[in-house]
Design a protein around this ligand. Structure first.
Ligand code: 13P
Length: 250
């Protein structure tokens, strides 16, 4: 059966010293009170190696992106194999901020996903509609098309992916989707996966919710059948609040 997961996405926050301190705090709190879900922190590239040195099991480490190229003359890029070589196990791909500000499209995201999988990284693949699409009622089709971008993967490959549903209008806005809106979309995503890969793979895929998730609303969101945890932005930048969300699974 699928795993419950709470993953932090630090985005472009913390300098190295702050990041190492935050990761150590999360690691310590997790030791004091073991979590009933998998816990991952996804951090800036510059922090991966140092943070790997101060955390241990069961806390897992991820990057926030990787290149769609294998290696070579791509100045400033970081490959999936480089991420893997730091000891990270996860990578966020297709976050709406990358789609919006860095022009990431379906074709690039399929390449990134393939490279992540080839290098033994678990992709946390983000999908989600913008406000206009929520309001004009096209959100189910929009998200379906984003998930379908991965449908060239084999069932075995797709089975290794974590999906994160992040309605763009809820990211960093304080405006959370209601638990019913989240459940409706998560069930829709699971159905789309089932139609392509079958019920077993769909039932085993963890689908996380992201967008203004905090300790005060996490329990309600995670209580829904198809909501298997969260991808947390702002509230992951403070160890206590991040752990408050992790504890929603207790
Ligand atoms: P917030 O939790 O800050 O809304 O961000 C969500 C997000 O984008 C996680 O990837």
């Amino acid at each position: 059966m699928r795993k419950n997961i709470v993953a932090g996405n630090w985005k472009m926050n913390t300098v190295l010293e702050e990041g190492v301190e935050l990761a150590s705090q999360v690691n310590d709190l997790l030791k004091e009170t073991p979590a009933k879900c998998e816990v991952v922190i996804c951090v800036p590239f510059t922090h991966l190696v140092s943070i790997k040195g101060v955390i241990d099991e069961p806390l897992k480490l991820g990057a926030e992106n990787c290149s769609e190229h294998v290696k070579g003359a791509y100045t400033g890029e970081v490959s999936a194999s480089m991420v893997k070589s730091t000891g990270a196990s996860h990578v966020i791909l297709g976050h709406s901020e990358r789609r919006q500000y860095f022009g990431e499209n379906n074709e690039m995201l399929l390449k990134k996903t393939r490279l992540a999988l080839e290098n033994g990284l678990t992709p946390i693949f983000c999908v989600g509609e913008v406000l206009e699409e929520r309001e004009n009622g096209t959100y189910n089709e929009v998200v379906k098309a984003q998930v379908e971008a991965l449908f060239e993967l084999t069932p075995e490959e797709f089975g290794k992916i974590i999906i994160a549903y992040e309605p763009v209008w809820a990211i960093g806005t304080g405006k959370t989707a209601t638990s019913d809106q989240a459940q409706e979309m998560h069930a829709h995503i699971r159905k789309v996966i089932a139609q392509k890969y079958g019920v077993e793979i769909a039932d085993n895929t963890s689908i996380l919710y992201g967008g203004s998730c905090k300790p005060s609303n996490a329990k309600e969101l995670f209580s829904k059948t198809d909501v298997d945890g969260g991808l947390i932005g702002g509230a992951s930048l403070e160890a206590e609040s991040f752990m408050g969300i992790v504890k929603a699974f207790d």
